[in-house]
Design a protein around this ligand. Structure first.
Ligand code: BMA
Length: 378
């Protein structure tokens, strides 16, 4: 059984022994000056936990798995079915917000309940947004110039604001046992270094991308008064530091420096590229006193060829240097069905290997987490 991390209180003890006043916590600061106490605590704790371990995350894990669908009263996951623990990070998506169910058929009302339950058990939630072209039914994968039309001078601006009103209404409903807002790591406009989404690099200028990000963050925080959001930026594969930063919205608008990378983690052959990319992300985050994460990755869990991927590729890359070890979490994508699945499920080829991955001291699951929403300085 893996030990649950306890935060060191050495600094506090030391200062008290010297007769000094308790130190003012000088941890990393969220970009939202009005962030809720739980969001603030989560950010500081992520920063600290990242020094000791890497959290495991899975998209839609509580909603369904290969061959089953959850009900509102269940708390289940393919990950739990195979290793007896839940992911520490729960990924969700609000694509199709405004409809009854999201882009992948998850009812928004159920999602709210599962988010509340995951939080009550100490888990962490991250939400991506496979947004349709605002005002239409065209999917995220629409290759055309939309971003500039959403900006304040654009013809779709009012429609975009109305869309953000729906997003805000959903976020407002995410409440903990005492009515407190559940902190959410919001990860909009991801993989924008590619050209497959309408917010991708080919369809807007860096300035337009950054302005969309700024408008979105300011609208949710200042106009809608939401202060439980941690903002996560997550480019897809990139060449170097300057490519990663080309569309970076700025240190005042990003809390977590993320990275989505499937290609370089497909096999051990591209380990060097994966390592280099993750080292760049961690280094950029450290320079800014921010948190770094591998926000999406994975290979087909049903494929026998990937049976030892968890230790031989993923763990190998995550542990490839003292820098990569400082990632806060890694999230694998959803277990949609027998064809699309990224986490192991009962009887899939990688089950034994995943158990070894889980037992490694560096990986942290829900049951291994310290209290992420309590300020450990007090
Ligand atoms: C993609 C696939 C799709 C899904 C989308 C949003 O990568 O998993 O099946 O609809 O993400 O979750």
């Amino acid at each position: 059984m893996k030990r649950v991390i306890q935060f060191a209180t050495t600094l506090l003890t030391f200062s008290i022994a010297l007769g000094a006043e308790a130190p003012v916590p000088s941890g990393p600061q969220l970009t939202d000056p009005l962030a809720t106490p739980q969001a603030t605590a989560l950010y500081r704790n992520l920063h600290r936990v990242a020094r000791e371990g890497i959290l495991f995350g899975h998209q839609d894990t509580l909603a369904y798995g290969v061959g089953w669908k959850a009900t509102e009263s269940t708390f289940d996951s393919d990950v739990h079915r195979v290793c007896g623990k839940f992911p520490a990070v729960f990924g969700w998506d609000i694509g199709h917000i405004g409809d009854a169910a999201n882009i992948d058929g998850v009812p928004f009302e159920s999602m709210k309940l599962w988010i509340a339950k995951g939080y009550a058990r100490g888990g962490i939630h991250t939400i991506s947004w496979h947004a349709r072209v605002p005002g239409s039914r065209e999917s995220s994968w629409t290759r055309k110039e939309v971003v500039k039309r959403l900006l304040p001078e654009g013809d779709l601006h009012d429609i975009y604001r109305a869309e953000l009103d729906r997003v805000a209404a959903f976020f407002v409903d995410l409440k903990g046992p005492n009515g407190e807002p559940v902190p959410i790591i919001f990860r909009p406009f991801h993989e924008h270094t590619g050209d497959w989404f309408w917010w991708g690099a080919k369809w807007c200028t860096p300035d337009e991308y950054k302005r969309l990000w700024h408008f979105t963050a300011d609208y949710l925080r200042k106009t809608k008064n939401l202060h439980h959001l941690l903002l996560c930026y997550s480019p897809d594969r990139f060449k170097d530091r300057s490519a990663y930063l080309e569309r970076y919205p700025g240190d005042d608008y990003v809390d977590i420096l993320g990275h989505d990378n499937y290609g370089a983690l497909r096999s051990i052959a591209t380990q060097a590229e994966a390592k280099r990319a993750l080292e760049t992300v961690v280094t950029l985050a450290e320079e800014r006193n921010k948190v770094a994460a591998l926000t999406e990755t994975g290979v087909s869990a049903a494929a026998p060829a990937n049976a030892t991927w968890w230790t031989d590729v993923l763990l190998e890359v995550l542990k490839s240097s003292p820098t990569t070890k400082k990632l806060a979490w890694v999230l694998v994508w959803r277990n949609a069905d027998a064809r699309q699945n990224f986490a192991p499920f009962p009887d899939s080829p990688g089950v034994e290997n995943f158990k070894t991955f889980e037992r490694d001291p560096i990986t942290l699951f829900l049951e291994d987490l310290p209290r992420m929403y309590a300020d450990q300085n007090h």
